[in-house]
Each structure stands twice: as C-alpha cells, then as structure tokens.
Design a protein around this ligand. Structure first.
Ligand SMILES: NC(=O)c1ccc[n+]([C@@H]2O[C@H](COP(=O)([O-])OP(=O)(O)OC[C@H]3O[C@@H](n4cnc5c(N)ncnc54)[C@H](O)[C@@H]3O)[C@@H](O)[C@H]2O)c1
Length: 415
C-alpha cells in the first residue's frame, strides 16, 4: 500500500503542475471572452471535450469517472473565469424583459440541446409552461414538465423531492437544465433543486407573478421551507438567464399583483425616487408595469452585484421586513408577504416619506393598519433573532429614494 500511495502522491504533484498550466490558459481565454463579450459558458464545447477526452481512457469502466472528473475541472475553470471577468462580484443574471417573450424561450435561453425540466405549479395557467416547453423543444432539447402543487404550504421537502425524482427518472446529467415557470414559490424551489442536483446544474427562471418578476427571480437566493420555518434550507444559485414576460401578469389575480407592487414600493422608497413616483402617479398599472419592472430589476441588480451574499448593503432590501415577517407569521395566513411588508414599512418611515408611502399603499388596496398586539410581534422578533442577541439592524426611510441603517435594541422597536 505504501508503494501505491507513493505513486498517487507523485501523480498528484504532477497534476498540480499541470493544473497551474491549465489555469494559465484558462485565464488567457477569460481575457479574450471579456474583450469580445462572449459568455463564460460554452456547453457545446464542454460536451465535445468530455466525449473526446473520455475516448482516450483505455479502461471502459473508468470512462464515466473520468467524465465526472473532467466536469469538475471544467466547473473550476468556469468559476475562475467568472471571477476574472466579473471581479469579486458574483455575476447577476442576464435578464430579458419583453411582452410575449415566453414563446421565444428556446432561442432566448440558448437551450438547443440536452434535457430540460420545466417546473411549474398547479396555480400557474398551464399554457405558460406548455408554451415554454414547445419553444425549447423546437430548438432540439428534450423537455419534461414537472407540476408541483401551488402555494407556500407546498414549498416543501415533498415538492422538492418530486422535482429531484423527475430529474433522476429523466436521466438528467450535469450538462442539463432546470427552467422555472411560475411565482416565487416555484422559482425558489426549482432553483434549489437545480443548485443541489449533482452539486448544481444550470437554472433558468421565467417568473410569472409581479413579486417574482421584480424581486425573487434575480439575486440567486433559492430555498424551501422546513419544520415550519420559511426558507430555512437553501443555497445561493444564480439563474443563467431570467425571462420576464409582463403579459403573463394579465392572468394574475389583482390581490397578487398588488402584493408584488409592495416590493416595488419598497425599492422605490429606499433607492429609486423616480420608480416611486411612477407607481404613485400611475393611472394604468398594466401599462406602466414593464417600466416598473425594469426600474426594480436595475435597482435590485445594483444592490446584489455590490453584495451578492448579503454581507451588508443588500440588507437594504429588508426595509419593512423585520416587522413584516413577524406580521406575516403571526397573522395566521391573513396577509400575503407583500401585504405584511407594506405594514412593516410604515414602522420605519418618517415624516413626508411615511405619508407618501401610506398613500400609495392605500391606492393599491394594500393594508396600512392591523390589529396584532405589539407584544405578540415583539415575542416573535425576539425569538427569531435570538442568535444575534438583543439588538437588531433596521432600515429607515425619512426621504423617498434614500435610506439609513440603524441598530436598535429589540425592546425599543417602535411597535
Ligand atoms: N428568492 C428571493 O430572493 C425571494 C424574494 C422574495 C420572495 N421570495 C419567495 O417568493 C415566494 C412568494 O412568491 P409569489 O408571491 O410569486 O407567490 P407564489 O409563487 O405562491 O404565486 C402566487 C400564486 O399565483 C399563482 N400564479 C403564478 N403566476 C400566475 C399567473 N401568471 N397567473 C395566475 N396565477 C399565477 C401561483 O400558482 C400561486 O397560487 C415566497 O415563498 C417567498 O419566500 C423569494
């Protein structure tokens, strides 16, 4: 055994030398890609490379393992290229916003081969997933559709397992892809399945609720709920592309539309005064939605690019969420997420800004008052924040379009 270990050590040392050489070439290619704007990923070449190199393995039993080994090497090279091209930032998604774009999904997502799992839920009109699937199929990829039950209660281990089963039973590999067609529930869950299946496969998001179009579809957060706790199991996994078709919002119930608008109000209030006044002055929301979505995504993208893993600035997106979460959790399902955030924002807005936020919320039938006792909310927040002690960081807005972070004692929250 000592002799074999000596051989392995020698091979590993030689491989380390070759690795450095390989990464030097990878770096040169990254610079060329950066100059030409070419994408980091080149799926066709990866497939050809793995097939061709595997041929040179004489022992057929070892070919599969060599394929896996090469995929790992390619993945490391892509990470290195991504870091070189985008600096320390994680690349936020490529986003396309266009009315009717779901019917061109195959072309726009660049899915011209391999297997694709389209994940949707029972509440999303099935024609959206069917349109996406037909468009991708027309480009030569093999598509399966996996439909999970709708609703937050189904953002669960069971639905996650259903998606994983579809991937395993469909014989998916690391070069295949998952496409979410639905709201934040589908996007978060399908993204988490893509993040974890074979340690991560490509993920594309086609959000169909306003909340998911303005917020959850970018930013790379994926998760499921577990043991009664929202989003407690998850990971960061950025979608390769996001397709936003504002026309899909025509079938969304008004309450859900306004629920999503609350997140847009939040972004306008904290960082984009122009967005806030578009919402404030809108006399035809459907007409203004593409513009609103564009503003929100620009804003969220700039915040996420600056702080991909929520180390600091990204916490601005939590405006209204500290108390909002507590209201959502303590209301026994009375409020949707955006509705609870609407209530939460009012605790931390001051003066003229507070007046304008309250007015805009009322105009869109979003709640501005509730009857949950302050002590109930305080108990929830103290319990929720036990790990970080007795203080909490909150986002305050005293002028529309700007914000300030403030650390306050939980017992001094203005509830
Ligand atoms: N990842 C993130 O950064 C992030 C950010 C915010 C929220 N979220 C998550 O998003 C989820 C909420 O998302 P949501 O508000 O989109 O809820 P949702 O996904 O449950 O969708 C709401 C309802 O609308 C239906 N629906 C979806 N599209 C439709 C359409 N075009 N027409 C008609 N009905 C349609 C759905 O079936 C569902 O019943 C939560 O789980 C939350 O944790 C994630």
């Amino acid at each position: 055994m000592t002799e074999e270990r000596r051989i392995i050590d020698k091979i590993d040392t030689e491989m380390a030398r070759l690795f450095e050489q390989r990464m030097t070439a990878v770096k040169a290619i990254a610079m060329a890609k950066k100059a030409s704007g070419a994408p980091v990923e080149d799926l066709k070449r990866e497939k050809e490379m793995i097939a061709a190199r595997s041929e040179s393995i004489a022992n057929p039993a070892l070919r599969r393992y060599y394929g896996d080994f090469l995929r790992g090497v390619i993945s490391v090279s892509k990470d290195y290229q991504t870091d070189l091209i985008f600096g320390e930032k994680m690349p936020c998604s490529d986003i396309i916003i266009d009315n009717g774009c779901i019917s061109r999904a195959g072309e726009l997502l660049g899915l011209d081969g391999g297997k694709v799992l389209v994940v949707t839920d029972t509440g999303v009109p099935s024609r959206y997933a069917n349109t996406v699937a037909a468009s991708i199929e027309s480009k030569g990829a093999a598509v399966n559709i996996c439909t999970v039950p709708q609703g937050e209660a189904n953002k669960s281990l069971q639905s996650y397992a259903k998606i994983l089963e579809a991937l395993v039973e469909g014989g998916f590999t690391r070069t295949d892809s998952v496409v979410a067609v639905g709201g934040g529930v589908v996007g978060d869950m399908a993204g988490f399945a893509a993040a974890t299946f074979m340690r991560g496969i490509r993920f594309f998001n086609i959000p169909t609720t306003l909340l998911s179009q303005v917020d959850s579809s970018i930013g790379g957060k994926t998760a499921i709920d577990f043991a009664g706790v929202k989003n407690i199991v998850g990971s960061f996994h950025f979608p390769s592309k996001v397709l936003i078709d504002p026309q899909t919002l025509s079938t969304l119930p008004l309450r859900q539309l306004h629920n999503g608008l609350a997140e847009a109000v939040k972004m306008g209030a904290t960082g984009d005064a122009e967005l806030f006044s578009i919402i404030e002055k809108s006399s035809d929301l459907h007409h203004d939605l593409p513009q609103i979505i564009r503003h929100c995504l620009n804003y969220k993208k700039s915040v996420v690019d600056a702080d991909p893993r929520e180390g600091g600035l990204r916490r601005v997106l939590n405006f209204g969420h500290t108390v909002g979460h507590a209201i959502e959790a303590c209301s026994g399902g009375q409020y949707l997420h955006g509705e609870a955030v609407s209530l939460g924002m009012l605790y931390f807005a001051e003066g003229e800004a507070r007046k304008r936020i309250a007015n805009v919320l009322e105009n869109y039938n979003l709640p501005v008052s509730h009857n949950i006792p302050a002590q109930t909310l305080l108990d929830f927040i103290s319990h929720d924040k036990k790990a970080s002690g007795d203080v909490i960081m909150v986002v305050k807005v005293s002028e529309i379009g700007s914000f300030a972070f403030e650390t306050i004692a939980i017992k001094e929250l203005p509830l």
